[in-house]
Design a protein around this ligand. Structure first.
Ligand SMILES: CC(C)(COP(=O)(O)OP(=O)(O)OC[C@H]1O[C@@H](n2cnc3c(N)ncnc32)[C@H](O)[C@@H]1OP(=O)(O)O)[C@@H](O)C(=O)NCCC(=O)NCCS
Length: 215
């Protein structure tokens, strides 16, 4: 589809599923592995990627370098459809029956998330009316800063425009990723804070929501 000197950007195919999940787990924590705060890659990858790869694969793209997937953008044209309760229940059941939920590291993480929830940290404004689409993007370490993210965003935005989608928004905890989205023409819609990873990082994190209108 779109070539640059290092990677080819193309539509996601079912065979890319494991690579997407691998990259997700290895870079989900501000570019570092999710295992720093959560034990159980299977459940973690399900929570972040399952809707996109299994229910809306047509809205996903990957970057391939020398035959290997090194980055992805997974999206949904309508974020409200991605918040499926049946997926949540399926994940919860899997986490309980596999005992992943009861691993000490995960119980600590869940406890801190619950505290954040009670503090109202998860009640950010809903931007889905003007910016119905959403996305997750991750580039494997060693391939960042080579325009692969720019290529994936361009392919996804082109697709959304062709599909007549009004706008797209996303949330990130990473200030550095925020700079990237600003460069891609996204506007900062909201800034909040998250304290649930303070026990790992010894600091609270900003939460940024970025949006871009497409029509
Ligand atoms: C953020 C991310 C998707 C950007 O993709 P990328 O391929 O590394 O970015 P590109 O090479 O296309 O960069 C495009 C521009 O953004 C800037 N940029 C990219 N990453 C940046 C960063 N971390 N901090 C500041 N600027 C950044 C680059 O300087 C570049 O600008 P330039 O062309 O003027 O030099 C990628 O670095 C990544 O996956 N990071 C780790 C996980 C993450 O943060 N994901 C996003 C969570 S929503």
């Amino acid at each position: 589809m779109n070539e640059n000197p290092q990677a080819t950007i193309r539509k996601f195919q079912p065979g890319d599923r494991e690579d997407v999940r691998r990259i997700c787990c290895s870079s989900a924590f501000l570019g570092s592995p999710s295992s720093l705060f959560f034990e159980g890659d299977e459940i973690f990858a399900d929570a972040i990627t399952l809707y996109f790869t299994d229910y809306e694969p047509e809205s996903c793209f990957v970057a391939e370098y020398q035959g290997k997937v090194v980055g992805y953008i997974i999206g949904a044209k309508d974020v409200s459809r991605a918040r499926r309760k049946d997926i949540l229940f399926k994940l919860l059941k899997k986490a309980i029956t596999s005992a992943v939920l009861f691993k000490p590291r995960n119980m600590l993480f869940i406890w801190h998330c619950l505290v954040s929830l009670l503090k109202g940290e998860f009640s950010e404004p809903d931007f889905s009316r003007d910016y119905p689409a959403t996305l997750h993007i991750n580039i494997q370490e060693g391939f960042r800063g080579s325009d692969i993210g720019t290529g994936l965003i361009a392919a996804y935005l082109k697709y959304l425009k062709e599909e007549g989608v009004r706008g797209v928004h996303l949330a990130t905890l990473s200030e550095r990723a925020g700079n990237f989205f600003t460069q891609q023409g996204f506007d900062l819609l909201y800034k909040g804070r998250r304290t649930y990873l303070r026990y790992v990082l010894y600091q609270e994190l900003p939460l940024y929501i970025y949006g871009k209108r497409l029509v």
